[in-house]
Design a protein around this ligand. Structure first.
Ligand SMILES: *Cc1c(COP(=O)(O)O)cnc(C)c1O
Length: 463
């Protein structure tokens, strides 16, 4: 199994190298050259399996000979052992035909743990075999950074540096990044916005001397291994509702398009998915694009679902690559237009191809609060604001004959202020992390400056 770049100009790589490099050197994203297929019988055989066994069968064909069967199974077992729910991704019913997939039982209470916990294990195994060490640097608006720190803390072959905007993440998110005591964890509070953090990260990757010198590795949502890990719960949840003998639809609270793109891969592998519905908050570039064909950036308006406050949805490039018939030159041109002019128009043919799989909806702040209150009233389930955006869109989009699964992407206790405002209830942290507010914090404040950041990183890893 080889991986190719969406911009057509980087070398093809096997799974291991695509995973360790993250971004392709032509600026593109890696995708599998062909999509492995699961037959109806293969899917039927998943009935009754544990999450880990399902994960093994779904991901195995993508990994090639990077890991042996027994090593891969062992890494999957380690990745999910720390989850707070035996089912890992339990499904609960909200209404007739409408289900909620709870993806927030991992160590940092957001769905990003599914991918991050696994790639922590995969990195560790691949690097110790190669006798190599890498420096992981990530930028976060909150959830990715805590998930990465939790996944890589204490591992021998990595240092992990997370840039977050000083004063602009929730207290739970900050404490999840600043309280781990392991020496290879470095939480950096940057004097700037999330966009500044992302821009400095990009600068570091474009500084090839620094990039090669510290062996920089990226674990942001464009890393193929993260998308792959997320394919699994589409299978496990659809199978528990009767797939492959019944089609299922999914609604996904969306920002960078990584989570919903995993659903698209599941569909391409043979899982009978009817609709994949993109749910956005007021930062609705994807909804505007899928309805009108114009992909144009706007300024980010902060919302109560901050993990979806994006201007550019990086993984959308992967969907465009397929919609344009896997024409890397066409994708590269769109990305140039985005960079120089702030947007592009999707061709009629490509838009039609996207609409074959994806629907979309946009939710206002007031509707989000109302969805939290209403769902709590009718089901006693407390939704985080991101999940509430999903539920609101799903209720409008679903068709009576097809079950709808909405992905619950974070635990309500991660966003207690918004949840309390909507429902009057302040959701408590799960008992296993109830002492989060008492643990000591460790953080370094840094200027929004490339030189300051690179010298800090080099100094730390020299120790
Ligand atoms: C990251 C995140 C999202 C958006 O997921 P994408 O894969 O970027 O589309 C939604 N909800 C929560 C809670 C998140 O942390």
């Amino acid at each position: 199994m080889m991986y190719i770049s969406t911009r057509g100009k980087a070398p093809n790589l096997p799974f291991e190298d695509a995973m360790l490099s993250g971004l392709a050197r032509d600026g593109g994203l890696y995708v599998p050259e062909t999509i492995p297929q699961m037959s109806a019988a293969d899917i039927r055989a998943l009935h009754g399996l544990s999450y880990e066994e399902t994960a093994f069968r779904v991901m195995r064909p993508f990994v090639g000979d990077t890991f042996s069967d027994s090593v891969f199974a062992d890494l999957i077992a380690k990745a999910y052992a720390g989850f707070g729910h035996a089912a890992r991704a339990p499904l609960v019913q909200l209404a007739p035909g409408h289900f909620l997939l709870e993806l927030f039982h991992g160590p940092t209470l957001a769905f990003k743990d599914f991918a991050m916990q696994l790639i922590g294990q995969l990195f560790q195994e691949a690097l110790s075999r190669r006798g190599e060490r890498v420096t992981i640097v990530g930028a976060t608006s909150g959830d990715t950074g805590s998930a990465a720190i939790e996944a890589f803390k204490g591992l021998d072959n990595v240092d992990v540096f997370i840039l977050f905007p000083h004063g602009r993440v929730s207290e739970v998110q900050r404490r999840q990044m600043t309280t781990p005591a392991e020496a290879n964890v470095h939480a950096l509070a940057v004097d700037g916005t999330f966009d500044d953090c992302q821009a400095r990260l990009k600068d570091m990757f474009n500084d090839f001397a620094f990039r090669d010198g510290v062996r920089l590795a990226g674990v942001n949502s464009i890393n193929w291994a993260r998308v792959l890990a997320q394919v699994v719960y589409y299978f496990s949840s659809a199978v528990s509702l009767g797939a492959p003998d019944r089609a299922i639809s999914f609604t996904v609270p969306t920002g960078n398009f990584g989570d919903i793109f995993a659903g698209y891969i599941a569909k391409r592998m043979g899982l009978p998915i009817d609709r994949l519905v993109v749910a956005t908050n007021q930062n609705d570039i994807l909804h505007r694009c899928l309805t009108g064909g114009d992909y144009r950036t706007d300024t980010v308006v902060p919302s109560i679902s901050p993990s979806m406050d994006i201007q550019v949805s990086s993984n959308f490039e992967r969907a465009l690559f397929d919609a344009y018939g896997r024409d890397g030159a066409a994708v590269a041109q769109l990305m140039d237009e985005l960079k120089s002019g702030g947007g592009f128009r999707v061709s009629q043919g490509a838009l039609q191809a996207l609409r074959e799989h994806f629907d979309s909806g946009r939710v206002s702040e007031a509707e989000t609060l109302d969805a939290i209150a209403r769902t709590h009233r009718t089901t006693a389930e407390l939704l985080c604001p991101h999940s509430a955006v999903g539920v609101q869109v799903a209720e409008a989009a679903r068709r009576p004959e097809t079950p709808m699964i909405t992905l619950a992407t974070a635990h309500p206790a991660k966003f207690p202020d918004a949840v309390e405002r909507a429902s009057g209830i302040r959701p408590p942290l799960p008992p296993r992390m109830a002492d989060l507010y008492e643990r000591a914090e460790r953080v370094t404040r840094v200027a929004n400056d490339l030189g300051a950041l690179t010298s800090l990183i080099m100094e730390r890893i020299a120790k």
